[in-house]
Design a protein around this ligand. Structure first.
Ligand code: AMP
Length: 210
């Protein structure tokens, strides 16, 4: 099953994706994770995108489309994939339609006030990628992941100025994709405000998996 997870930053796309990987045995492809890994490894791609990502802007379409086109060519996507954070613009969606066919686009619906609360408290494990929250779900020892012992940190783009910019970018450049996919007929709306277990139940119902 070929899936796109669409929604504002902090909507829980990555958290649900981890559960859906288990359920459907398909890979989770997050363009944000790929860029962050490239930045950490100081590759050419990483050096090119570092500043723009940390400020909350979007990487250019040509670079991002090429990255996803290449990734979807790997054999592990033969049974499907979850694309998380791509497409983020209409040109990206047009390009994706040329090289892959989507089954569903899952639209995570969440108001800005909740997005800001979630992102400003988000703490991420550098080792396993688990998302903690400083107020709602803190690790038992500050700065250390309960799951794997890795270092828990604040993403550079989760700082207040970048959060504001990312939300503006989302509403202006990415939100138009909701109408784009609704018109194509493969959009599924999910209320992203409950806990992940409840979202998973709604997800399965919407995709007729249970
Ligand atoms: P995410 O982890 O999905 O929130 O992505 C983190 C950052 O990576 C975004 O704020 C963008 O700077 C960049 N990024 C991720 N996916 C894309 C995309 N499809 N197009 C452009 N930039 C992207």
């Amino acid at each position: 099953m070929n899936l796109v997870f669409l929604g504002p930053p902090g909507a829980g796309k990555g958290t649900l994706a981890i559960r859906v990987v288990d359920l459907l045995k398909i890979p989770h492809i997050s363009t944000g994770n790929i860029f962050r890994e490239a930045i950490a490894a100081k590759t050419r791609l990483g050096l090119k995108v570092k500043e723009i990502i940390e400020s909350g802007g979007l990487v250019d379409d040509i670079t991002t489309i090429e990255l996803v086109r290449e990734r979807l060519g790997h054999s592990d996507t033969a049974g499907g994939y979850i694309l998380d954070g791509f497409p983020r613009t209409i040109p990206q969606a047009d390009a994706l339609a040329v090289f892959s066919k989507l089954d569903y686009v899952v639209n995570f619906d969440l108001p800005d006030t909740i997005v800001i609360d979630r992102l400003s408290g988000r703490r991420v494990c550098r080792k396993c990628g688990f998302n903690w929250h400083a107020a709602f779900n803190p690790p038992s020892k500050e700065g250390l992941c309960d799951k794997c012992g890795g270092e828990v940190y604040i993403r550079d783009d989760d700082k207040p100025e970048s959060i504001k910019k990312r939300l503006e970018v989302y509403r202006s450049q990415t939100e138009p994709l909701i109408a784009y996919y609704r018109e194509k007929g493969n959009l599924v709306d999910i209320d992203a405000s409950p806990q992940v277990d409840a979202i998973l139940v709604n997800f399965k119902k919407a995709l007729k998996l249970s």
